[in-house]
Design a protein around this ligand. Structure first.
Ligand code: ADP
Length: 537
């Protein structure tokens, strides 16, 4: 016997329809790439998204066509999120930081015929256009009078909207229909596409809103600095819409000064982004002697949040760090380290240590750790193994790719190595490929980095395993110092002494001007391993 409940499909358009009805005055504030701040309501956004849906059909976009975007976090990008998926096409967000060859590969692999692009990225497309035979229309996300001169035929986003009707009925279809497409940056081989469905996106948004997940409510004013081209900005544009929260979009202004200005002017109380962005903001606040008054919570994910950062937000800004872990294949939320009753009773240092863990799975995600043969390992906080996950917003394969070694027995193998303790807290030890194997034992490069970056003279650092004649591999620490700071190898090692096991101590410390990153801002350790492979020989 089935239950007798309505089988209403979970569609992305329903989030915006809801916001228009229930949160019509909720605000969306956006820093325009062409200058100035744009401010409007969910009702305005819904009207413009309907116009855009009509405009897409005049451009010849059919259901399930992939429509690409190459854009910052702005209100126009937000409109595309709803108009493209809502009309039944597939929103394909592209990361402008990818190598040009990867952009060509991805646009051709996804067979995009329409591209929406911020003016700043147009020169890149002009350079690549000859290699993009399928691309028919390029829409620049500007008013008509700001359309740049170009060798390519361009359409102005605002002109397109001006010409469109605002009456549009969002179509109803199967909730399992594909809605958005995002490629992982792929440090080896070609980038791989993750194809989200309407259902997975809506369920993920509802989970993300929960108090013990990202905690997005109607009274929230949130600033997703995580880009809308990276895993749908962690699903925030959907969750904020369902809640009717004030959504503040930073445009191209990711530097400390621009972020501070927006946080202060818009009374932002919830920040979301990767550690490197917060490093910039914290440094700016230190330099200018400023406090992030309105901020209550900072969600940090994408890379490990070091204890020094968790502490700085607490001590200098009275803000609580919610450490989260996820990945493109997980839409992206997997685990979240939320506030707990027990934390209230902890001394600061004990709580900081707990907050440095990546947290517990949110309801909907199941996690486990296994050895190389796939046998489950105990959740005792000590045993570590390959982290595997399953759940309704986790990819079951890659776009246009058969099978995949990442999927076994219904679990997705994340490629991360982790521990899980008795209470369910997961802590990332390392990426499986980055873990350092020294004399048959493992060293967590992340743990050493997180401690080293706590030294006041260190701006950024990386620890990599380098071949060693006796121990297989030994750690090498690469440090970028802060401007005007001085640091010696001896001082760095003395700082680590007593904080990590003796045999984890890097054999050498090298000072470098900068470190290489992936297009999603993670350390490119493979390149470092190649570059420094001879240092211990
Ligand atoms: P890409 O694969 O394109 O670099 P993802 O965002 O999908 O981008 O990367 C996911 C990976 O990022 C995870 O598998 C994990 O290694 C790392 N990661 C994400 N969040 C954290 C975190 N809080 N702490 C440590 N590592 C993290």
């Amino acid at each position: 016997m089935f239950g007798q409940m309505m089988n209403t499909p979970l569609l992305i358009s329903s989030l915006l329809v809801h916001a228009e009805k229930a949160h019509s005055r909720g605000e969306i504030v956006s820093r325009n790439p062409e200058g100035g701040i744009h401010r409007y309501t969910y009702a305005d956004a819904a009207r413009r998204a309907r116009k855009l849906a009509n405009a897409l059909s005049t451009l010849g976009v059919q259901p399930q066509d992939r429509v690409a975007t190459l854009a910052w976090n702005t209100h126009r990008h937000y409109e595309l999120y709803y108009a493209v998926s809502g009309s039944g096409a597939i929103l394909h967000t592209l990361n402008p930081r990818l190598f040009p060859e990867q952009i060509v590969y991805i646009l051709n692999h996804a067979e995009n015929s329409v591209l929406f692009v911020d003016a700043q990225f147009l020169p890149l497309i002009e350079k690549l256009k000859d290699q993009l035979p399928l691309l028919r229309h390029i829409v620049v996300m500007t008013p008509a009078d700001k359309l740049p001169a170009s060798s390519l035929p361009l359409i102005s986003y605002e002109a397109l909207l001006d010409a469109a009707d605002d009456q549009y009925q969002w179509p109803e279809f199967d909730e399992n229909t594909a809605a958005t497409l995002c490629y992982t940056s792929g440090t080896t081989g070609h980038p791989k596409g993750v194809l989200y469905s309407h259902r997975s996106t809506v369920i993920h948004a509802m989970a993300a809103m929960a108090k013990d997940a990202l905690g997005i409510g109607n009274a929230s004013a949130l600033l997703p600095v995580v880009p809308m081209f990276h895993v749908n900005a962690w699903g925030v544009p959907y969750a904020a819409t369902a809640a009717g929260a004030k959504l503040v979009l930073p445009g191209a202004g990711m530097d400390g000064a621009s972020l501070y200005e927006l946080i202060d002017a818009e009374s932002v109380d919830l920040l979301l982004g990767v550690p490197t962005v917060w490093q910039g903001l914290l440094q700016y606040c230190d330099k200018e002697d400023l406090m992030l008054e309105p901020v209550c919570d900072v969600v940090i994910g994408g890379s490990a949040a070091p204890i020094s950062m968790i502490k700085a937000f607490h001590e200098k800004h009275d803000a609580f760090v919610i450490h989260a872990w996820g990945m493109t294949e997980l839409s992206p939320i997997g685990t979240v380290n939320c506030r707990t009753q027990a934390m209230l009773e902890m001394e600061d240092d004990e709580r900081f240590r707990l907050q440095a863990k990546q947290g517990r799975p949110v309801f909907g995600v199941d996690i486990r750790i296994v050895d190389d043969q796939g046998n489950a390992k105990p959740h005792d906080g000590v045993a570590f193994g390959r982290l595997q996950v399953k759940g309704p917003w986790i990819a079951s394969g890659y776009y246009k790719q058969e099978g995949g070694k990442e999927w076994q027995d219904g679990w997705f193998d994340t490629g991360d190595v982790a521990t899980i303790d008795e209470q369910g807290y997961m802590a990332i030890v390392d990426r499986a490929k980055d873990v350092i194997k020294s004399g048959g034992e493992w060293i967590s490069s992340i743990d050493v980095e997180n401690i080293a970056v706590g030294h006041p003279a260190v701006a950024e650092c990386a620890v990599v395993g380098v071949p060693h004649p006796k121990w297989d591999e030994r750690p090498l620490l690469l440090v970028v110092t802060r401007p005007d700071a001085t640091l010696t190898k001896e001082e760095m090692l003395a700082f680590l002494d007593g904080k990590i096991a003796k045999w984890w101590m890097p054999d050498d410390v090298l000072f470098v001007d900068s470190l290489p990153h992936t297009p999603t801002g993670k350390l490119l350790k493979r390149q470092l391993r190649d570059e420094y492979q001879g240092v211990y020989q």
